[in-house]
Design a binder for this molecule. Structure first.
Ligand SMILES: *Cc1c(COP(=O)(O)O)cnc(C)c1O
Length: 396
C-alpha cells in the first residue's frame, strides 16, 4: 500500500491516522514482511549498466528512506519528502539552495542550533540573516529587503511558545516574492499542517515527536514546490547528510503512533499548564492552549491541538530555578523534546546557550525560564513530581 489508495466506491481519502500507519509502505515483495525491511547495504547489483530495480547507491536512495520520505510527505500533505541525518542537516539543505547575497528573514526565538548554523556558518558564505518577532506582522513586513528569498519561522516557537499567523505570513512572503519555510518540529503534522495554510516548505527534526522515543536523530524537508524539491534533492545527494536504513526504520515506527501519542501529550500538557498557572510559586506560564496566551486565538485557527511543550517562570532567582529542575523524579533533566518520557530543561544554559545573552533577553528569554516537554505518563504523577520539586527548591 504505497500510496494508500482512496476508496473507489466512495472516493473517500484516508484519514490522518490511517496515513500514519500505512502511507509509503507496502509488504516486502521478496518475503511478504509487513514492516519495511532494513537493507544494510551501500550498493545494489545492476543487471546491465544503469539498469536496476530503482536503487543503485544508498546515499542517493534506499528502500527504508524512500518509505519514510513518502510517509512524511503524506502526513504533511506534501508532494515530496526528503530525509536527512538530523534536523540541522534538513534545515541546512534548504539554506544550501540559496546563493551568496541572498537574505533570510527569521523568527527571533528560533531553536538555538538553527540560530548558530545561520549566523556562525552560513553567514560566512555571504548569506544574510535577520531576526524579527514573527507574531508582529508590521515588524515582519518592515524587515523585508529586496534580497529576501525565505521567511523562516517556528510556531509554536522554542522556548517561549509564541504563535505566528502562518496564513498571514505566507501571504506576506508571497507578496514580497519570498517563500515561507516552517520548522514544524514543535507541533508535528498531527496538530498543524503548514502547507495547507500556504507555506512552501516544512522542515522537521524527526528526532522529536515524529520519532517520538528519544532513540534516533533525523530530519526531513517536505514540500510541493517542484523547484525547491529539485534543489533540495540535489543538495541531499551532492552533500550527503543522509540517514541510514536503521535510523529511517525507527522514525517510520514512530510515525505509526504519532496521532495517538500527540493526543496524550496535548491532554497532559493542558493539565500541567493549568496547574502551574494556579500555582502560587509560579509567576508566568507560556502555553498556547491557555486562553491567557496572546496567540491563543491564532493557534486555535491553525492547530488541532496545542502540543506538549510548556515553559514557565518561578518566583525567586536563577539558582532556585536550577534547584527546581534538578529535583524532579519523573521529569528528567535533559536536552531535547517530543519523546514519550517527560523532560525538563533550562533553555538559557542548555538548548539556547548558543544565543548571546542580550539577544536572548531581547526576545524575552529570561535566565530563569524553565522548559517542559510533557510526556505520555500519568497526568497525576507529572503534577505531583513538579509540585514536590517546587517545594524542594525553596530550600537552598
Ligand atoms: C531539535 C530541533 C532542531 C534540530 O534538530 P536535530 O535533529 O537535533 O538536528 C531544529 N528545530 C527545532 C525546533 C528543534 O527542536
Amino acid at each position: 500500500m504505497s500510496k494508500v489508495p482512496s476508496d473507489p466506491k466512495t472516493s473517500r481519502e484516508p484519514g490522518f491516522a490511517t496515513l500514519a500507519v500505512h502511507a509509503g509502505q507496502s509488504p516486502d515483495p521478496a518475503t511478504g514482511a509487513i514492516m519495511t525491511p532494513v537493507y544494510l547495504t551501500s550498493t545494489y547489483v545492476q543487471e546491465w549498466p544503469d539498469r536496476h530495480k530503482g536503487f543503485d547507491y544508498s546515499r542517493t536512495v534506499h528502500p527504508t528512506r524512500q518509505a519514510l520520505e513518502r510517509n512524511l510527505a503524506a502526513l504533511e500533505g506534501a508532494a515530496h519528502g526528503l530525509c536527512f541525518s538530523s534536523g540541522m542537516a534538513a534545515a541546512s539543505a534548504v539554506i544550501e539552495t540559496l546563493s551568496s547575497g541572498d537574505a533570510v528573514l527569521c523568527g527571533n526565538d528560533l531553536y538555538g542550533g538553527t540560530y548558530r548554523a545561520f549566523t556562525k556558518v552560513f553567514a560566512r558564505f555571504g548569506m544574510k540573516f535577520s531576526f524579527v518577532d514573527m507574531s508582529d506582522l508590521a515588524a515582519v513586513e518592515a524587515a523585508f529587503v529586496p534580497e529576501t528569498k525565505l521567511v523562516w519561522v517556528e510556531t509554536p516557537s522554542n522556548p517561549l511558545l509564541k504563535i505566528a499567523d502562518l496564513r498571514a505570513l505566507a501571504k506576506l512572503a508571497h507578496a514580497k516574492g519570498a517563500k515561507l519555510v516552517v520548522d514544524n518540529t514543535f507541533a508535528s503534522p498531527a496538530l498543524q499542517r503548514p502547507l495547507s495554510l500556504g507555506a512552501d516548505a516544512v522542515v522537521h527534526s524527526t528526532t522529536k515527536y515524529l520519532g517520538g522515543h528519544s532513540d534516533v536523530i533525523g530530519g526531513a524537508v517536505l514540500t510541493s514546490d517542484e523547484q525547491l524539491f529539485k534543489d533540495c534533492k540535489f543538495v541531499q545527494n551532492s552533500l550527503g547528510a543522509v540517514p541510514g536504513p536503521l535510523d529511517c526504520f525507527l522514525v517510520l515506527r514512530g510515525t505509526k503512533t504519532l496521532p495517538l501519542r500527540l493526543e496524550r501529550h496535548c491532554r497532559n500538557a493542558a493539565a500541567v499548564a493549568k496547574h502551574l498557572l494556579a500555582h502560587p510559586e509560579v509567576t508566568k506560564v507560556h502555553y498556547p492552549g491557555l486562553p491567557t496566551h496572546p496567540g491563543h486565538e491564532i493557534a486555535k485557527g491553525q492547530m488541532s491541538g496545542f502540543g506538549g511543550m510548556i515553559s514557565f517562570e518561578l518566583k525567586g532567582d536563577l539558582e532556585r530555578a536550577k534547584r527546581m529542575i534538578s529535583s524532579c523524579g519523573v521529569f528528567s533533566l535533559a536536552e531535547s523534546l517530543g519523546g514519550v518520557e517527560s523532560l525538563i530543561g533550562h533553555p538559557a544554559s542548555m538548548t539556547h546557550g548558543a544565543i548571546p545573552r542580550e539577544e536572548r533577553l531581547k526576545a524575552g528569554l529570561v535566565d530563569g525560564l524553565i522548559r517542559l516537554s510533557v510526556g505520555v505518563e500519568d497526568e497525576a504523577d507529572l503534577i505531583a513530581d513538579l509540585d514536590a520539586a517546587i517545594v524542594k527548591s525553596l530550600k537552598a
